[in-house]
Ligand binder design. Sequence first.
Ligand code: SF4
Length: 698
Amino acid sequence: MAQEVKTTCPYCGVGCGVIAKIDDDGAVSVKGDPDHPANLGRLCSKGSALAETIDLEGRLLYPQVDGIRVNWDDALDLVASKFSEAIAEHGPDSVAFYVSGQLLTEDYYVANKLMKGFIGSANIDTNSRLCMSSSVVGHRRAFGSDTVPGLYEDIFEADLVILTGSNLAWCHPVIYQRLAAAKLERLHMRIVVIDPRRTMTCDIADMHLAIRADGDVALFTGLLAHLANGPAIDHAYVESFTNGFDAASQSAMGYSLPEISKATGLTIAELIQFYELYEHTEKVVTCYGQGVNQSASGTDKVNAIINCHLATGRIGRPGMGPFSLTGQPNAMGGREVGGLANMLAAHMDIENADDRDRVQRFWNSPAIATKPGLKAVDLFQAVADGRIKALWIMATNPVVSMPDASAVEAALKACPFVVVSDMFATTDTAKYAHVLLPSLGWGEKDGTVTNSERRISRQRGYLPAPGDATADWWQLSQVGQRMGFSGAFDYTGTAEIFAEHAALSGFENRGSRDFDIGAYSDLTKPDYDGMPPFNWPQPVSIGTETTRFFADGKFFHADGRARFIDTTLPQTSRIDVAYPLTLNTGRIRDQWHTMTRTGKSARLSSHIAEPFIEMHPRDAMEAGIDSADLVEIESPLGKIIVRALVTERQARGNLFVPMHWNEQFAAHARVDTLVPPVTDPYSGQPASKNIAVKMQRF
Ligand code: SF4
């Protein structure tokens, strides 16, 4: 008898509901879940191809030590003893975990508990650092907490939707489909796309602003200056609910339009047209993606955007607000349980002694991290210079995805002890593991994820575990027990972990103002198994959700008021005579991250079969490059070779290369080997855009 299981797509932060159908012969097919609020039955190409990526080819099926198959006991004993030895000899900060927005919330929770509460270090960071950590800091600076104010329905109810640094059509395709449908129904809706490239998203745009890389702070600072003396400022709102408007607006007005024009690369006419559209449209949502976050000025970009919404009171109301589009399926779930090196579980603050005390008492733990740990770029630097003696990497492939990827590769090669937990045996990172631990993948593992609108959904396992593969939370718990922390890590399943996480979120009622799903702390396993998608927070009882934040004008700073942040215009140009072109990295429609899963689908790979470089015809002509030529791109860190795509969609002087291709699918095409380890000063997020390079025909 065929069986249907409701689960969630494991790719992007839209968090679409999926129905997996398992036929009597074991064949799996998928379709969109019409009852899931995120997608209402839609799926994009990646989600639709999920069933094509679940075969066992390339899977890591058994634990290995130095390439030799071993049993779980031997592998786990070795991991526990090596971590314990390093801690005994060099202290807790000599070990680190590097985890992933692909982990489920329950995995993330156990990893954080082990590192921050029992090992006593905060050296646990995540590939979400590469994705949205500037939004986290921007939120915290403005609102006093890492809170996404809005819901997807706000995007579709807005009269003006601004998409900045977001190729929504390819990177959040179901939101794009729903936005396109909303625009057809609401003919007065206007869409503005702000991007150096004319991407597919521009197909539904009324205005495309081909901004200079990293020109966003200038664009939104100029907008604040334009709004400051006009009719759109909501003086009552500003006075009642915010601090810092006068300083921020005065500072913004210090820049002239010609200066803003120069910093953004946009004409004064384009600026005025955009500013007036914003000024005269009440219901505005500003969505921002990796073009905002992956920048040396990412946090200031986020705050420059939020400043304009606060100044006009366009936040916390239907169809209005700033909206961070998270990249990964569970970047938000990781944030909820303290997945970043500078956070504690349940959005508590590692630098706040009361929060540390509360978490330590809840966990009844022997130690608690007392200072922020190493953020991703610093973490791998610490591996490189020998400070980290034992590293555990879970569900991510930093040898392809980290900036200065060749240096990361060299660091892993030199690290005394590397553990990698992954579905696959042959990733670029797995090569450097002393211990390889086989993990369950989508369709096999069980837990929860949280999408961009704070909606928690179940991922449900419906396939048998292949070989000896196990859940990441189980691996962590076993190592925790073997390190002497038995009692705290004797979990028997994810329902139990989720209930503990929910209880911590509501512990001593601190969560009621911020993140709280305490109502779920008594959840039974059958309740968990049947749990429908819901928005956090739900502090009081199940079904009493707060769906939109800040409707009452109350924010999370101690005085209850939001903050304007004075954003000075950053130095944006990185090019020079030797490296005269600006490279932006990004994603394509049919691949996900480093292609370890989507690369298995012939259908997905047929969309774009090779790594490529998108360039303007004039830049191509000056370099003597024709379409489909092989091109060598060089930065001070290295060279890669990819295929030329010559198109007027690209702005002159700018190049685009996707970040997906690993060595298995294309040799010498890892674009992150060109990306310098430059980070945002507040968030530590690497700048994966705006890289100075040169190119020549290969
Ligand atoms: Fe999956 Fe994102 Fe596509 Fe939805 S939009 S099906 S979550 S990849």
